[in-house]
Design a protein around this ligand. Structure first.
Ligand SMILES: [Zn+2]
Length: 101
């Protein structure tokens, strides 16, 4: 069953074995572009750790886009960046097997 979940700092849903998430639990460094890299506190002290959209297919991460890469109007609404990420996923994934190019 597909179910949308939403809170003040994340939102997510899943469909056909693909899990979509946007929120604070996945971050990308604005300087080194590494995902969830705790070392950035030391190596990139001035960088933003941007919240990310993430698509996982059969448990494997296939797409991670930071808030600036999503290029979505940001607000308190977590569903807007989630939907924007899903649109980008649909635009770039192979419809036959769901793999991202
Ligand atoms: Zn960094």
């Amino acid at each position: 069953m597909s179910k949308l979940y939403e809170s003040s700092d994340y939102a997510g849903c899943s469909a056909r074995g693909v899990n979509f998430y946007y929120g604070y639990e996945v971050t990308k460094c604005s300087k080194c572009r590494k995902v969830d890299n705790g070392d950035c506190e030391v190596t990139c002290p001035d960088a933003d750790q941007e919240w990310c959209f993430e698509a996982k297919r059969d448990g494997k991460v296939v797409m991670t886009l930071s808030a600036s890469e999503l290029d979505c109007e940001m607000s308190d609404n977590m569903v807007a960046p989630l939907v924007t990420g899903i649109m980008k996923y649909i635009e770039t994934c192979n419809p036959k097997n769901g793999e991202v190019k």
